[in-house]
Design a protein around this ligand. Sequence first.
Ligand code: AMP
Ligand code: ZN
Length: 472
Amino acid sequence: MPFVVYNSLSKSKEPFRSLEPGVVRMYNCGPTVYNRPHVGNYRAFLFADTLRRWLEYSGYRVEQVMNITDVGHLTDDADDGEDKLEKQARKEKLDPWQISRKVAEQFFADLRALGVRPAKVYPKASEHIAEMVEIIEGLIAKGHAYAVGGDVYFDVKSFPRYGKLSGNRVEDLEAGSRIAVREEKRNPEDFALWKSDPAHIMKWATRFGPDGFPGWHIECSAMARKHLGDRLDIHTGGEDNIFPHHECEIAQSESFTGQPFATFWMHSKFLQVDGGKMSKSLGNTYTLDDVSARGYTPRQLRFALIRGHYRAPLNFTWDAMKDAASSLENLDDLVVRLRRISNGEGAASDPNAGAEAVAAARAEFEQHLNDDLNVAPALAPLFGLRTKALEGAFGSVAAKHALEFVGRANEVLGVIAVEEQSLDARIDALIQERQAARKSKDFRRADEIRKQLDAEGIVLEDTPKGVVWKRR
Ligand code: AMP
Ligand code: ZN
């Protein structure tokens, strides 16, 4: 059964095919690093991770690139407003480079805590200025872009397919336009590729002028091309990226290369709070620390964020977290039980009893994930296996096969505690490292380890016999 995905470009489900057999080139719009990403952002990033894991499960090698936007993303998402990083830098009395370094480090630590498989590269926009300039110059040479003063704009009327992703047609945009018309633009909808601003802190001298910085959209076109080539199989982002960000990426990339940019565009829906978007500007965001302060681990959060369908809005509530945590406990328990049964404890007399249920569970799991990554119903067969295990329906050999299947399924889900032994060993090693750090008076490291363990739900207790730990 082929993997079928909903393509935002055709607005329909299509069988997935990669340009090169066996390899998938995927670009994910990453965070704008002015503030630690919130759990809503992680919904988008965990969708990308689950997609990548499913493709790998299905036998593809995935070349995954997720960018770091550290310049050029303005507060209104289009051509106006302030640079988000510079604004934050002023607030914190730091320079924007310090902000981006600090937030990117937090982002990578969060990704590790959430069990995200690392992408091939996390390119930073500020380190790809030459690649952007190359595309902008090419676009000017081909008549798709024009320079005025120190700014360069993309001429949307030069690309007749503008609007093919979002459905926004230039004429409609013009009619309903409330965009402040800049006199230098040929059409009000033309968007900036490069902007000049002597007051900007993160700025570069180019042939367009002495002090300029890139537009947000050109960054992704340039980084995708540099790390994956002219054509991509999949491009992802949150639903708000469709317009203007991805529409503009398509216009730039396709005008420059003369080829289709991404074959499949996939967009995840927002994580909501009280029916509205979770967003920094609304002040209703939570970070991983907020989640852990409520007693939940990143693993439980990961489960809460991936278990709904990515194209359905998801409401973030503490009740939903509680529900996810207890549901996940059942999946952990499934593994413990299957391990026992496969060792003969409580096994049915026929070693192969229940083997058919294992094969059926696997087929059902794969069928749902092949249907546009439908995680929610794909979990049902796992819970079904637990019911069977509780009923004593498995023989030892079938339980071993079930355990293998759960391990495979967890390659995609990345949430179940399948390797209890090695997990414990890793925790023991961290505790030993913490003891050593304390001995050598490296209290910063010791504290860091305690925090990391705490985030994973491990509580340490000092006893006369030494440090012991338990799961919260
Ligand atoms: P940003 O850091 O604003 O550039 O956003 C990074 C990614 O998070 C983008 O793909 C956004 O579409 C996505 N995103 C932002 N807010 C939410 C939300 N509440 N739920 C899901 N994804 C979001
Ligand atoms: Zn992007």
